[in-house]
Write a protein that binds this ligand. Structure first.
Ligand code: PMP
Length: 452
């Protein structure tokens, strides 16, 4: 497979050596690198990507799930152009019409988001959610699940992809720092929980209820391992009883699992929700919303609350939660996001149907060869997990699946013009259709014949 890759992508190889002269490791996010070098894309159009050597790929990475309508969708392009030409390039430094139009749409689709704020990324959204939980509860720790990713800041860069020590299996997650430069302070302040294990989770939470402000989770771990319904319902109940807020990180699941995200599927109302990715229409965005009384911790105080009769600052005036950002609620991005939602309202059934066809097709190709595997996921994202286990419910079980073969399959698929980063999950878009699915399944069939 490597020889084939090297033969097909000499332009990427050359370019990557130049990229290394500009960026450490040649990339601007470590996840974008893989051996021997990443294929370098030049152009995207609909469901397709084109690399520097002119090779065509069907895109299943879709910018890590952000592109719900593929590359350069005409309705999104039109919305951005209209916004820029008619209203100007950017920001006015005031609240503006699209912040409210988008906000009302979000409130309609995510009723738990009674009030919301805009940020520039999913990372910022979850960061702000944690701060709100601290401010609202007066406690100073968060609890997160092993294997769950919430962005690139210190407080949550723990136990996302920790090495698994055999002796520790199956239910002893501890706080493992994921990055150099993260202070060990965070190991004390971020508590790690076992996903889909309600008893163990409830035990940890009730022991530390006076310290834990919130539990934050990906309702569908990594976008593809669903929380079990009973786990989710139990977690909602336990957190309520213990005065711990429940934060849904729906950066990946929002709009990809259904217009109303995981919370509408599970019929569970979190206290705070973080959104991102799809809702930016391909541009940087994040949103955080939740219960009115929680969100109000960030509201500026009325001047009567801030100044006393002699116009001096009252001592409590400093206590409002700080939230700022030059580009928050950027009009061009909200225009793109609204166009994305409107188009998705028409096309969501198509993308779900086409995703199921691909999943079922892949399942059949493995079954034909007697190889045990599962296509795991809901809505428009799934992952192919090669395993003999009955059910994958958490990070540790996933780690026991066969990554080596899966990686080889992805690599060979790349050579066949099917693009995802090796080992990544597959995301689909509304512009993927029968033609792309058939081409993908033909390629998968050839690749499985080479591998097994
Ligand atoms: N939460 C989840 C569940 C995510 O998948 C991601 C991005 N992969 C983030 C947060 C961070 O979002 P961003 O990359 O926009 O900062």
């Amino acid at each position: 497979a490597i020889e084939n890759y090297l033969d097909k992508t000499p332009g990427s190889k050359d370019f990557f050596s130049q990229a290394k002269e500009v960026m450490p490791g040649g990339v601007t996010a470590n996840i974008k690198s893989f051996d021997p070098y990443p294929v370098i894309m030049k152009k995207g159009n609909g469901a397709y990507l084109y690399d520097l050597d002119g090779n065509e790929y069907i895109d299943y990475l879709l910018s890590y799930g952000a592109l719900m309508h593929g590359h350069g969708h005409p309705e999104i392009n039109k919305a951005i152009h209209n916004q820029i030409e008619e209203e100007g390039t950017s920001l006015f430094g005031t609240p503006h019409l699209l912040e409210v139009e988008m906000g009302k749409k979000i409130q309609e689709l995510y009723p738990s988001m009674e009030l919301l704020r805009y940020t520039n990324s999913g990372t910022e959204a979850t960061l702000l959610a944690n701060r709100m939980a601290y401010a609202y509860t007066g406690k100073n720790k968060i609890a997160k699940f092993e294997g769950h990713y919430h962005g690139g800041y210190d407080q949550v860069l723990l136990s996302v992809n920790p090495p698994i020590d055999e002796a520790g299996l199956p239910h002893k997650p501890n706080a493992v720092i994921e990055s150099s430069g993260v202070d060990s302070y965070h190991q004390e302040h971020t508590i790690i929980l076992p996903f889909n294990d309600l008893d163990a989770t409830a035990e940890i939470l009730s022991k530390r209820r006076d310290e834990i402000a919130a539990v934050v989770l990906e309702p569908i771990q990594g976008g593809f391992i669903p929380a079990e319904q009973s786990f989710m319902a139990g977690l909602r109940k336990v957190t309520e009883e213990l005065d711990i807020l429940l934060i849904f990180d729906e950066v990946k699941t929002g709009f990809r699992l259904g217009l109303g995200g995981a919370q509408s599927l599970y019929k569970i109302k979190p206290d705070i929700t973080a959104l991102g990715k799809v809702v930016g229409g391909g541009f940087p965005v994040g949103m955080i919303g939740g219960k009115k009384e929680v969100m109000m911790v960030s509201s500026p105080k009325a001047s009567s609350d801030v100044f006393d009769s002699s116009q001096s600052l009252k001592s409590s005036a400093k206590e409002v939660l700080f939230h700022s950002g030059t580009y928050n609620g950027h009009p061009s991005i909200l225009a793109a996001g609204l166009a994305t939602i409107h188009h998705l309202e028409k096309e969501i059934n198509h993308v779900f149907a086409i995703t199921n066809q691909l999943k079922e097709g892949i399942n059949k190709l493995f079954a034909k060869r007697g190889v045990a595997m599962q296509s795991i996921g809901l809505g428009s994202i799934f992952n192919v997990v090669i395993t003999e286990q009955d059910k994958i419910l958490n990070y540790r079980q996933l780690q026991q699946s066969n990554f080596r073969i899966r990686k080889e399959i992805d690599f060979r698929l790349l050579c066949e013009g099917i693009y995802t980063k090796p080992l990544n999950r597959y995301s689909l878009s509304t512009v993927h259709g029968k033609k792309e699915i058939n081409r993908t399944l033909d390629a998968y069939d050839r690749v499985l014949t080479q591998v097994f």
